[in-house]
Design a protein around this ligand. Structure first.
Ligand SMILES: Nc1ncnc2c1ncn2[C@@H]1O[C@H](COP(=O)(O)OP(=O)(O)OP(=O)(O)O)[C@@H](O)[C@H]1O
Ligand SMILES: [Mg+2]
Length: 289
């Protein structure tokens, strides 16, 4: 089982779109996949066609120790894709979840329940650090960082890299960066060119080969509550997420890869240790998280 968090501490970067469409593409490749909606807004659930009244239980109950993870798993249109919704309906629940998630190990322990059932677990994180994102990162083997081409997105990537360094020191020494994924990409624009240049200078080893183009089908599909591959399989968006899944599966099929986070071989791909070295080379960065 591989646990991958999709995270960046900034809103609207494509976390939910990436989580839903990557999970659907892994499932289409017949990998048993569980998508966990860790964002209290429940956007992943909406993107899969679940409305609040259909969700009777969810991640809140797991954090509240009233249900095991197994009891809050829902089926989807795709045979190989299951889903755990976020079932936060009041501000009080949201506040309580924040308190409950101060125990960083809740998610990690909950996942033990299902580790034999899935090849991949994808966690859609909220646009914040700490709280439930910390829980997700402590439970994950790796993290995908989706980002748009923008200055503020680059800042958010740097903040996350520093946060991962801390997570690695205090709670999850094995976590590595699966990759930085450019989303909503518009080629031949000045901002794409500048961001691309900055990314290659700082984080070139983390960049996924695939780039997700700006493609209205992805937004439309979410509106109709379906992953893009069930809405328009030939769209550029659906195809790009297939490519992303293929890139990840291909990496994982190399013997000794990624799980061997301590080695110098292919297993060291994109580890946070590498980012730490990059960070030290860059004195312009602030020290705070
Ligand atoms: N490649 C794309 N092309 C066009 N629109 C996109 C693309 N990716 C995402 N979008 C749209 O951009 C908006 C933000 O995307 P998304 O909800 O995935 O971001 P997010 O990082 O999860 O946001 P939040 O932090 O608020 O949870 C959504 O309306 C989504 O449909
Ligand atoms: Mg989201």
């Amino acid at each position: 089982m591989r646990v991958i968090s999709v995270a960046i501490p900034k809103g609207g970067e494509g976390k939910t779109t990436t989580s839903v469409n990557l999970a659907a593409s892994l499932a289409a490749a017949e990998k048993k996949t569980l998508l966990i909606d860790a964002d209290t807004l429940g956007a992943s659930g909406i993107s899969l066609g679940y409305t609040a009244d259909q969700v009777k239980s969810g991640l809140y109950d797991v954090f509240n120790y009233t249900h095991s993870l197994n009891r809050v798993i829902y089926k989807t249109e795709l045979t190989y894709l299951d889903f755990v919704p976020s079932n936060i309906s009041t501000v009080q629940m949201e506040e309580r979840l924040l308190r409950l998630s101060e125990n960083r190990t809740v998610m990690r322990i909950a996942l033990r329940d299902v580790e034999k059932q899935y090849d991949y677990i994808i966690i859609d994180c909220p646009p914040t650090l700490r709280g439930i994102t910390t829980n997700a990162l402590c439970a994950s083997n790796s993290v995908i960082i989706p980002m748009r081409a923008s200055h503020f997105s680059l800042d958010a990537v740097m903040r996350l890299m520093r946060y991962l360094k801390w997570i690695r020191e205090v709670a999850n020494p094995q976590i590595f960066v699966e990759g930085i994924l450019l989303t909503m990409f518009e080629p031949n624009t000045k901002i794409a060119e500048i961001t691309g240049r900055e990314l290659r200078a700082r984080y070139s080893k983390f960049l996924f080969k695939v780039v997700i183009p700006k493609n209205s089908t992805l937004a439309e599909a979410a509106f109709y509550g379906r992953p893009a591959l069930l809405y328009n399989i030939n769209s550029k968006g659906a195809q790009a997420y297939f490519e992303l899944a293929t890139e990840i599966i291909a990496r994982d099929s190399v013997p000794g890869n990624v799980r061997d986070a301590g080695g110098d071989g292919p297993g060291s791909y994109g580890r946070v240790a590498d980012s730490e070295r990059d960070e030290k080379k860059n004195p312009s960065e602030p020290d705070s998280l």
